[in-house]
Design a protein around this ligand. Structure first.
Ligand SMILES: [Zn+2]
Length: 123
């Protein structure tokens, strides 16, 4: 899978969301920008010793968290779409409130768990 390229779209998403669906929340922003509870980011800013995922040893970034990491398979399985891929994520998100709300829920559940589990490990 290629690099995460959602970041460039963020100003547009903010616009669009501001007009139509309210604010982009804290966890959704983390997932869409990759700036947050992700090994790669935390490593880059000196808060982690490695960029690796705590659950599967791959490089941990937003894309990994949303689409790949086995730790979040259960959360991902509730997705109201057959197949979600990085190229269609944004279109999928803005397509309907159901999708958007699913993503918000996914972001909140997953990132809160990551924060709690990291805290428990003393990171
Ligand atoms: Zn992982």
């Amino acid at each position: 899978m290629g690099d995460w390229t959602i970041r460039g779209l963020i100003p547009n998403i903010r616009d669009w969301k501001g007009k139509r669906r309210g604010n982009v929340d804290f966890y959704v922003t983390q997932l869409l920008t990759g700036l947050g509870s992700f090994g790669q980011y935390l490593y880059k800013i000196g808060k982690r010793a490695t960029p690796q995922c705590d659950y599967c040893q791959e490089i941990d970034k937003a894309e990994h968290t949303i689409f790949v990491c086995p730790r979040w398979a259960r959360n991902r399985s509730e997705i109201p779409a057959n197949r979600l891929t990085p190229d269609i994520l944004i279109n999928w998100l803005v397509f309907s409130d159901v999708n958007w709300n699913w993503f918000r829920r996914f972001a909140g559940e997953v990132l809160r768990s990551k924060e709690e589990e990291a805290r428990r490990r003393g990171m």
